[in-house]
Design a protein around this ligand. Structure first.
Ligand code: GLN
Length: 294
């Protein structure tokens, strides 16, 4: 019999390091493995890695270890980390997210930066974000342009509840409206025209195999018609009734859709149509200006 037998009770406990090492061995990214553990331990994400490294030989309570194992399995099944930890950072804002909303992507920061550039010089800009999801675009705009009036829409009441909650938590007042694209804004007492409208609508073709990897996110926020252009078309079609003279319509779109979106805008009469690239250098946003007086 060995004398080096561990004391009773300690045998079942795994250390922090062993828990995340086994998650990594199962195929998880090291950072994800650590962030999931930090989430379960209630550690703020910013300090999580340093804390975990300093405590890597600490034992993990069996109950936490088994919840951790469950989260690891869900992450391995492709559930976005943001849903598992319940939040995602966008433009420096911490947003609550749930499976009712698309996880905000860094790609979308290009759209926000463009809208800010256009609205910044205006004394009292009116902005709208169509299909807001978690509220990411609208809230980033309100955060960066406190003097702007920002309106955001979504077809999904559940998504709008997430967005509204984010606005309240962050102390950023946005007008939240439920409905399909421009319809959400119809019938307002103050029939509004907007200086800058930004939208990240669903733009993936409905049979695109890429959708399989996104299966945990709301399909309604991702796919739109056989070419992924249906929502973009609907928004372009309604835009002239809702833009100020000289107002801008800006879209995020698929990295192979810039030509199609440029053509849609030009055909509808938009001028100054151009495209911007995302952080990875892919054509990701296209916009144009609506001009009544020429
Ligand atoms: N950018 C997302 C993706 O391809 C799609 C977002 C969207 O359809 N609006 O993963």
């Amino acid at each position: 019999m060995s004398a080096a037998r561990p004391p009773e009770g300690a045998r079942a406990a795994v250390t922090m390091a062993a828990a995340w090492a086994s998650a990594v061995q199962r195929g998880l990214e090291r950072l994800d493995a650590q962030l999931l553990l930090a989430h379960l331990l209630g550690l703020p994400a910013a300090r999580a890695r340093a804390w975990l490294l300093a405590h890597d030989t600490d034992p993990l309570a069996p109950a936490v270890a088994s919840r951790y194992a469950e989260l690891v399995e869900r992450r391995l099944d492709g559930v976005p980390l943001a849903y598992l930890v319940g939040e995602k950072e966008f433009y420096g804002l911490r947003l609550a997210v749930s499976p009712e909303v698309l996880v905000p992507r860094p790609d979308t920061e290009t759209l926000v930066a463009w809208a800010v550039e256009l609205a910044q010089p205006l004394p009292a800009p009116r902005l709208a974000d169509l299909g807001t999801g978690s509220g990411a675009i609208a809230l980033a705009l309100k955060h960066l342009l406190p003097h702007a009036e920002v309106t955001a829409t979504d077809l999904s009441p559940a998504a709008l509840a997430v967005a509204r909650g984010n606005g309240e938590r962050l102390g950023l007042p946005v007008r939240w409206r439920q409905g399909c694209w421009w319809e959400a804004l119809a019938g307002e007492a103050d029939e509004q025209h907007y200086d800058v409208v930004a939208s990240n609508p669903p733009y993936i073709a409905e049979r695109d195999p890429h959708l399989a990897a996104l299966r945990h996110e709301p399909l309604q926020a991702l796919a739109s018609g056989p070419l992924g252009l249906d929502a973009l078309r609907q928004i372009v079609a309604g835009a002239p009734d809702h833009l100020t003279d000289g107002g801008w319509l800006l879209f995020e779109h698929g990295h192979e859709q810039a030509d199609d979106v440029q053509a849609l805008l030009r055909k509808a009469g938009f001028v100054d149509v151009s495209t911007r690239v995302d952080l990875a250098g892919r054509p990701r946003c296209t916009g144009g200006r609506w001009q009544v007086s020429r």
